[in-house]
Ligand binder design. Sequence first.
Ligand SMILES: Nc1ncnc2c1ncn2[C@@H]1O[C@H](COP(=O)(O)OP(=O)(O)OP(=O)(O)O)[C@@H](O)[C@H]1O
Ligand SMILES: [Mg+2]
Length: 521
Amino acid sequence: MKEYWTALASLMGAFAFLQGVLHAVFPAELRAAVARLLGRLTRGLSPYCYFDVTEMDGMSTNEIYDAVQLYLSSTAAPASGARLSLSRPLNASSFTFGLAASDRVVDSFAGAAVTWEHVVAPRQGQGFSWRPLPEEKRRFTLRIRRGDRDKLLPAYLDHILAAAAEIRRRSQDRLLYTNARGGAMDARGLPWDPVPFKHPSTFDTLAMDPARKAAIMADLRDFAGGSAFYERTGRAWKRGYLLYGPPGTGKSSMIAAMANFLGYDVYDLELTEVGSNAELRKLLMKTTSKSIIVIEDIDCSVDLTNRAKPAPAPPRARPGIDGGIEQDGGAGAAARSITLSGLLNFTDGLWSCCGAERIFVFTTNHAEKLDPALLRSGRMDMHIFMSYCTFPALRILLRNYLGFQSDGELDGFAAGAKEIVRGLEEWVDAAEITPADVSEVLIKNRRSGKAEAMRELLGVLKDRAAGKRRGGAAAAETGKEAGGENEEEEEEKRALESPKEGKETAGIDGHDEVTEAKKQV
Ligand SMILES: Nc1ncnc2c1ncn2[C@@H]1O[C@H](COP(=O)(O)OP(=O)(O)OP(=O)(O)O)[C@@H](O)[C@H]1O
Ligand SMILES: [Mg+2]
């Protein structure tokens, strides 16, 4: 044993001596050059090539570094059992995982395996810089087989950037933007005010006919995944929905459900705050893709039926953004010089393709008041009638508000309370009640137990139905509410029966959705 230690000590002594001789004989530059040469030789023989993605690119942060970190944390890392760091960005509601120092993960793309290593080293000497640099130098090193290089680059990096953008969008809270500042810009030159969008409405909680709901969801899914379709057919990647129906039938809830379903931001465009077509163009150009642009109560916001009419006494005329002439008909019109052409140019004209993947939603209580130009095919691709509560819709509200866990539980309950449930089914159509009113009754009575709340609701339905039956001329005179609702219903029917060219639209797959909507009514 003693001999062993003696031999080891003399070996180390010899090694130290040799190192001293090397340092003395060869200058530092020569040693570095030899090291570089050796490195190049070994790399030349290696079947792999390496790419460094540093955190800082000169003085600025490297976008690819952030993207790789996000991408690896959500895709490769969890499967590989690597060590992760956890974080939650400010204002975000979900966690982000990150790869810890010196950890490796394996990923694959287009059938080729790649390895990522996260290398962290202390930064030596800060040097001069206008802003402090991180104390550590961080980088990801990508190792791929030489033969896979053409296959992976740049397609793999493009894939990572796209995936990271999607993860970032999903993990952040979505925003609801408003233009309530009347066109004034904020410090960053943006005309929109954002607030976190946390509307709880989803397609699950939305009370409407399940078949129509499924058709709308399928249409939205087709739209969101239809990038190739829109490119192939040369169409701008946008879609327009017109939601119409009496107040309280869920038009705004439907918009929230759409936004939650697709994970899009919502731009609530208040047309009365927009002074001119040019201002409208500025606003719309500052919207991002993957968003829903909403104009609520379009018939009330602005007079949009004026496209073809000459102005009664035009005090002045100036060119519109679409090359036409905007007509300022009197003081009111001058104050609101936004025109239907200006709006249409954005939903349908050349400007519609600035910013992809956008949905326009217009809502109205009076579809018949809208200019046919707004309704024609290609502008509003789908017309959705939000009707009074039907029995299938009522079942959804009962589930939402009375705590039934499933349709099965509701059916089981109905078996024991046959006369109530059958009564609801029998009276709901005749009562012509909106989902908002049903919700009110259920909220008010939900503490009294399921059966009692349903009995109360049945009473309300019967009262309403009786009121309607008495209705007609008498209701118009005596009950403003009943009369108003009848009138509204007549208007809706007239709107649906209006000429086909004003209403008919074709979906992505070419089927006629409006016919479907008509069937529902
Ligand atoms: N179809 C529905 N499904 C679920 N809840 C609904 C539905 N319709 C209305 N409600 C309830 O009624 C309230 C009002 O509905 P909502 O604001 O969506 O109606 P609206 O059609 O937009 O009305 P308005 O025409 O007055 O803007 C909502 O908060 C929601 O709780
Ligand atoms: Mg609404």
